[in-house]
Design a protein around this ligand. Structure first.
Ligand code: AMP
Ligand code: MN
Ligand code: MN
Length: 360
């Protein structure tokens, strides 16, 4: 990907997408070699990003099940932070691979990271990268920082599970229904149920391979996308009721946003992960290109989700504010009051758009 800020594609205004470049042949070979060198009792640690989503968990567990099919008995999967799997993912195959971060091998023989664009997304588990040789990174973020030793990073891939499936194929692990369900959840999550532009013919071909194992897409989708506790439905009512539309923001492209506090969660007795799909109810606003949801995680801390319909590259805003992501779906952690964090986003959208115009 072209990330030079001075190049045409470096502008915040989105131009032609640059040609996606997949992992190098040497990296594929190194990853295959690293797995082939393992013995049945080797300690293999799989790590995905903090607050794991469908792609993080699905690609990690699907690959972990594949390693098991190769006869590896010492496979662990983990993620930083509290060892709580969001309710929609509690029926995923391979959950028995999961261990709390505190119990993960301190000195694994091999580490593989899933769906993390930077080391900061791995929390305290980042120290495992230093002890294992090599650390293999499977990811699809254009903002990936290049951490780790073997880089299976494909910014053109719709999900990390696309990269995971390719590595399984290169390891001669056939798809079965359990592996397929994990990879399907990952693919369906990151393509917004096959609605986003990332939904290429290759994505549908991969979905066809996964469905051919006999998995049930209706059942899986209902569980992942269409099930929510009643308390969460009421919570969404409160939070959506305070949504603000700023038509003049983002250089006139419009910005719509809302926030959810810890008190909101407490009032409705809900866990934080129920807020993950909230951005989808905000980003549908016709009058705004850019949307944002601030989810309170501490007294003065907010996990921010940003989305764009195409006029603005929100990953540039997120990276400037300390986060990362994709052109049309990005995030960062903000400090201060909700109003202060929103003011920073607003200013970043405006200043970046002004710079883009001045260069033209
Ligand atoms: P989300 O809004 O949480 O669904 O995230 C959208 C995209 O932004 C995902 O690709 C995330 O990996 C990325 N992202 C979200 N939060 C952060 C963060 N704090 N740092 C880096 N990337 C992030
Ligand atoms: Mn993710
Ligand atoms: Mn992903």
């Amino acid at each position: 990907m072209t990330d030079d800020p001075g190049s045409p594609t470096g502008d915040l205004l989105v131009g032609e997408p640059s040609a996606p470049s997949g992992p190098a042949g040497a990296d594929w070979a190194a990853a295959v070699d690293a797995v082939r060198r393992l013995t049945p009792d080797s300690r293999v640690l799989l790590i995905c990003h903090v607050n794991p989503d469908g792609d993080a968990l699905g690609s990690m567990l699907g690959f972990g099940l594949g390693l098991r099919r190769l006869g590896l008995r010492g496979v662990q999967a983990t993620f930083p932070g509290p060892p709580e799997v969001p309710e929609p993912f509690r029926d995923l195959p391979g959950l028995d691979l999961l261990v709390p971060a505190a119990e993960a091998y301190p000195d694994p023989d091999l580490v593989l990271c899933f769906d993390a664009a930077s080391e900061s997304r791995l929390g305290d588990l980042v120290d495992r990268l230093a002890v294992a040789a090599p650390a293999v990174v499977l990811d699809h973020h254009a903002s990936n920082t290049g951490f780790g030793d073997v880089h299976l990073v494909d910014a053109g891939a719709a999900a990390t599970s696309v990269v995971a499936e390719e590595l399984l194929t290169r390891l001669d692990v056939p798809l079965d229904a359990e592996i397929a369900e994990c990879l399907y959840v990952a693919l369906a999550t990151d393509t917004g149920s096959f609605r986003f532009d990332a939904t290429t013919p290759d994505v549908h071909r991969m979905a066809a391979r996964l469905l051919a194992t006999g998995i049930r897409p209706g059942e899986i989708s209902r569980r992942i996308f269409d099930t929510r506790p009643f308390g969460a439905v009421r919570l969404y009512g409160d939070v959506l009721g305070r949504t603000r539309l700023e038509p003049a923001a983002a250089g006139g492209h419009g910005f719509v946003w809302t926030y959810a506090t810890l008190a909101d969660l407490e009032r409705h007795e809900q866990r934080p992960y129920v807020l993950e799909p909230l951005i989808d109810s905000v980003r549908c606003t016709a009058e705004a290109d850019v949307s944002g949801v601030l989810k309170q995680i501490a007294e003065d801390g907010w996990a921010v989700s940003l989305r764009s319909k195409g006029a603005v590259d929100v990953s540039r805003v997120a990276v400037t504010l300390g986060g990362g992501g994709h052109r049309f779906a990005a995030g960062f952690t903000g400090r201060g009051t909700a109003q202060e964090v929103v003011a920073r986003i607003r200013a970043e959208l405006d200043s970046a758009l002004t710079q883009a115009r001045e260069r033209d």
